[in-house]
Design a protein around this ligand. Structure first.
Ligand SMILES: [Zn+2]
Ligand SMILES: [Zn+2]
Length: 112
């Protein structure tokens, strides 16, 4: 059975997908990395190597410790919103140093 190996874009862990796994996946399904629990959405699932993923959430760099971490939708949903210098920010805590990080909310428009 053919196995497709994909590398997690966050932690570089290799995730193996068998043909059977892929048969059950559809575009829009979400795969979770076993190692770092990042969520990735399937954007292509064709034959052979014709497979693509898009990382959900976004990476941000903690201003306190300099480590990168992923901001998931769950984190944002749980984050309190504050107004800082007239801009709305979400306050999340860094998983590395537990420091608070204010993220400016980006209005991407068209999202509704
Ligand atoms: Zn990972
Ligand atoms: Zn930190």
């Amino acid at each position: 059975m053919a196995t497709l190996e994909i590398e997690c874009p966050v932690c570089a862990e290799v995730l193996e997908l068998t043909d059977e796994d892929r048969a059950e996946l559809m575009v829009g399904d979400v795969i979770v990395c076993d190692s770092c629990h990042s969520e990735m959405e399937v954007t292509r699932n064709g034959e052979g190597e014709d497979f693509d993923l898009e990382l959900l959430g976004e990476m941000t760099t903690c201003p306190n410790c300099g480590e990168e971490f992923e901001v998931t939708e769950d984190m944002l949903a749980a984050a309190p919103v504050q107004v800082l210098d007239g801009a709305e920010v979400s306050v999340v805590s860094c998983p590395h140093c537990r420091g608070l990080v204010a993220l400016e909310l980006v209005d991407e428009g068209g999202l509704d």
